[in-house]
Ligand binder design. Sequence first.
Ligand SMILES: NC(=O)c1ccc[n+]([C@@H]2O[C@H](COP(=O)([O-])OP(=O)(O)OC[C@H]3O[C@@H](n4cnc5c(N)ncnc54)[C@H](OP(=O)(O)O)[C@@H]3O)[C@@H](O)[C@H]2O)c1
Length: 416
Amino acid sequence: MSRKQIIIGLFGFGCVGKGLWDVLEQTPGLRANIRSICVKDHNKQRPISLDHFTFDKNDILNNQEINIVVELIDDSEAAYEIVSTAMRNGKGVVSANKKMIAEHLEELLVLQKECDVPFLYEAACCASIPIIRNLEEYYDNDLLVSLEGIVNGSTNYILTRTSEDNLSYEAALKLAMEKGYAESNPALDVEGYDAKFKLTLLLAHAFGIVEKPDAIYNLGIQRLGALELRLASEKGYKIKLMAHAQRLGKNNVAAFVIPQFVNGASRFYNVDDVFNGVQTETSFADKQFFMGKGAGAFPTASAVLSDISALSYDYRYEYKKMAQQSFDLTDKFSLEVFVRFENREDVPTSDFISIAEKYRSKEGYYIVGRIRFDKLRSSAWAGNPAVSILLTPDSSEEICEVSCSTNDCKCSQSIM
Ligand SMILES: NC(=O)c1ccc[n+]([C@@H]2O[C@H](COP(=O)([O-])OP(=O)(O)OC[C@H]3O[C@@H](n4cnc5c(N)ncnc54)[C@H](OP(=O)(O)O)[C@@H]3O)[C@@H](O)[C@H]2O)c1
């Protein structure tokens, strides 16, 4: 198969943009050249000649010679403007911007069809792990049962540093930012939004579900306190921020982002630092596990490079699941959770289907119990910043459908 010559217009020359420049310099076999780079700040020092740069997006968007736009900026609304204009101007697009893609997925699907141009975004989801391409090409049937993962490198890095080096949360976050692992707005990482944006993309490719990120519940790691960190260390657990998508019944999928206690038997236990891990489960092949660096200049640039290379062979996503299946997100399931709170009246035990454990000390209270997800999601206490909620170690194995109006649930209980 012959390869197309790729002339790139690059947006952004930060951590990933500069990473792509360096990676392209080391891969001469790929027939791809960066023609122009659009950045924002006129006063910033640049590590390469200023001749390569422009500050006017139209220099790239209206340049007929440029056939591929690579969008690597940190402003999701400006990115949507750039990406949609590039597509309307007949250019193929590569992006790493999960926030922009998750928030505009529906419009971007329409644009791909209307403009008949490819749009690839492997780097937007778990950076170096080729999970989107695998979901598209290998899991292109209806056998996928579940998908769960550590999909945010910076929170995993922060959690690893707090547990292994006893760093404070603030010091670990500062380190993650210095190393270029955290988003420019770190709240997107630590509050679980970045993981939710990635889950939005995974749902589209895994189950054909196109939903706004707002439809997916997310809790982050910013509420973790000394009690649960100590409990994890005493019991030999680690804490990981997990994204889950699980098929329930014929047409439903449970999806959420919640931190979880993980024990040594889990494959996720040894996914530390900036690494991501994704586990798929299918009807006949059981479980499969992907692991790789989930952030940083080169791991992310390598996924961008792979997309550019795929475009040189005219590859595009087919979104096969959308044509094959009809799945909807559901709130009608139950989970086992650990909840830590300050005052007895903060969390009513009557909200739980069952309680497996109660604990009270000077540091506060915690309970371990099974709760309906729709109850958790709608309760005011779950939104209280002083209340910390985690899944128990076996929780993801025990996600159960519940009937619409009752606490009817046949799942077993575990004690932490
Ligand atoms: N860093 C990672 O590990 C990682 C991993 C996966 C995905 N991503 C995604 O990759 C994208 C880039 O991240 P990054 O870490 O490289 O960001 P970054 O280091 O903060 O760099 C952002 C770049 O975007 C440029 N920019 C911002 N607004 C612009 C505009 N309106 N027009 C032109 N240029 C603009 C900035 O220009 P100036 O140089 O002039 O300031 C800068 O060069 C984001 O969507 C991020 O979510 C990052």
